[in-house]
Ligand binder design. Structure first.
Ligand code: NAD
Length: 472
């Protein structure tokens, strides 16, 4: 178990990091990771790892985040299983050289685009989906034939330790290693030369990663978050409204209790519809999580004291506290914050200027729902934009007049599990994309190959120059 395991938690010395990286580079140079057979064997082994360790994964997620096994399967294990299977069934096709038709001037010749692995890649993952956000990019890196170092988040220690202890038992540890630890070990890793860095996390750490990448001109993919808006238009039927409210509640408090980069950050709604929406949200919260706010079921905890305090501070601001229309109950010992709804908190309060990343939901009222376009455009570009509307003209305006990593009409979060759509941000929500074929591309270089023959020489391309060659 070179370079991984619980020892990594107390930090790996610089020498051991270099030793591990040396071994990974040698493996990559040996060419072993390039073959389809190696890639498929690793993907199959990963699938086996997931199948054999379902209960351990549920246990680790329970310990770190209080996730219910159903939520853990839906958002983590199931997501990774689906991605592995998708990659397994497409990797041959993705690896194959693609014929490129050539302009006549290249005749006789043949053009190809040949995907090649980048080499040795470093993957940083975050704590909120500590299994899926670690393994999903690893699947892309393996499918593309790279050697990999995964650095899981130290803020989900049970999951980090599970990955570090289990991956070497299934995958080729000469080519794939997990290195555990926090900022110190990350800094050591960043001093090394990589062929690609894939980072999921916060903008402040992304800046550190990008500064380090500059030294070796290392390409980076940066997956950040931000404030994802949900536009809630007046829907044409009560049944559509009911479905929409369910999806907002399930999307806000369901995945990791609001600690999700593509979770709903705030809702935009017309003034006249706000009180009806709030009543429906309250009713649905009770239906999903129970009547007694002190004993809510099926809801994750806040990850740690630091984040609990951060969220509590957002709520403590007097004008924000005064805007609470539902919830607000907190329990520091249990790291619990009740699903909380706020009506029109001040727009300059931190709850409306910073990513919330927790179970607090501001509802912002507008005179006319079309004002939501200006509202969104006056803020940094979000990772996801959601809009519940039946109005096709409004949908077209949203698509053409706003910018975001993704737009989902009439649902929440579900775009994340669609292998055929790219996942990634724009502007302050990050850059680069992954999932399905996009993951393969993210960890590959598309090499242009041109094959020419020796006959049919075009003499005017060579000196000596004269007027005839200029006209040619
Ligand atoms: P973070 O930036 O604190 O940590 C991310 C990774 O960076 C971890 O592996 C961590 O160990 C490492 N790290 C921490 N300090 C470091 C340092 N000084 N130098 C180098 N590396 C360091 O982020 P987080 O708290 O784990 O995640 C929360 C953020 O991530 C939120 O902003 C959220 O929106 C975003 N996020 C984005 C996505 C996405 O897919 N786009 C998914 C989940 C979370």
């Amino acid at each position: 178990m070179t370079g991984s395991g619980v020892n990594g938690m107390i930090g790996m010395e610089g020498g051991r990091v270099e030793e591990s990286i040396g071994e990974l580079r040698r493996t990559f140079r040996s060419g072993e990771t390039r073959s389809a057979a190696w890639r498929k064997a690793q993907l199959k082994a990963l699938l086996q790892l997931l199948r054999d360790n379902e209960n351990k994964i549920f246990e680790a997620l329970k310990q770190d985040l209080g996730k219910h096994p159903v939520e853990s399967y839906r958002d983590e294990l199931g997501v990774v299983e689906k991605s592995v299977k998708y990659s397994l069934s497409h990797v041959d096709e993705w690896m194959a050289p693609k014929k490129s038709s050539l302009p006549l001037i290249f005749f006789p010749g043949k053009g190809q685009v040949l995907p090649e692995p980048l080499g040795l890649v470093l993957i940083f993952s975050s704590w909120n989906f500590p299994i899926s956000l670690a393994l999903d990019p690893v699947i892309g890196a393996i499918s593309a034939g790279n050697s990999v170092v995964l650095k899981p988040s130290e803020q989900a220690p049970a999951c980090s330790s599970f990955l570090a202890n289990t991956i070497p038992l299934y995958l080729d540890s000469k080519a794939i290693k997990v290195i555990e630890g926090g900022a110190a070990i990350s800094q050591q890793l960043l001093q090394q030369k990589w062929d690609k860095i894939f980072f999921t996390g916060s903008p402040s750490v992304a800046r550190i990663v990008m500064s380090a990448a500059v030294k070796h001109l290392t390409p980076v993919t940066i997956e950040l978050g931000g404030k994802c808006p949900t536009i809630f238009d007046n829907l044409s039927s009560p049944s559509d409204t009911e479905v929409a409210v369910k999806r907002v509640v399930g999307g806000k408090w369901g995945p990791c209790n609001g600690q999700a980069c593509i979770g709903v950050d705030y809702v935009l709604v017309e003034e006249k519809f706000a009180s009806h929406l709030i009543e429906m949200l309250k009713k649905t919260i009770k239906k999903f999580y129970g009547e007694n706010p002190k004993e809510l079921k099926d809801i994750s905890k806040i990850v740690n004291k630091h984040h609990f305090q951060r969220l509590h501070n957002l709520l403590k601001e007097p004008l924000v506290a005064a805007s609470i229309v539902h919830g607000g109950l907190i329990d520091e010992e249990k790291l619990f914050i009740e699903p909380t709804i706020l009506l029109d908190p001040p727009l300059d309060a931190e709850i409306m200027t910073e990513e919330i990343f927790g179970p607090l939901l501001p509802i912002i009222t507008l005179k006319n729902i079309e004002e939501s376009i200006e509202f969104i455009n006056s803020r940094p570009k979000p990772l996801a934009l959601y809009a519940f509307t039946n109005d096709e003209a409004f949908k077209r305006r949203i698509l053409s007049e706003t910018s975001s990593g993704s737009v989902t009409f009439n649902d929440i979060i579900i775009q994340f599990v669609c292998d055929t759509l790219p996942f990634g941000g724009v502007g302050q929500s990050g850059f680069g994309r992954y999932h399905g074929k996009y993951s393969f591309d993210t960890f590959s270089h598309e090499k242009a190959v041109l094959r020419r023959s020796f006959f049919l020489e075009l003499e005017p391309r060579f000196p000596p120059w004269n007027d005839f060659k200029l006209k040619f």
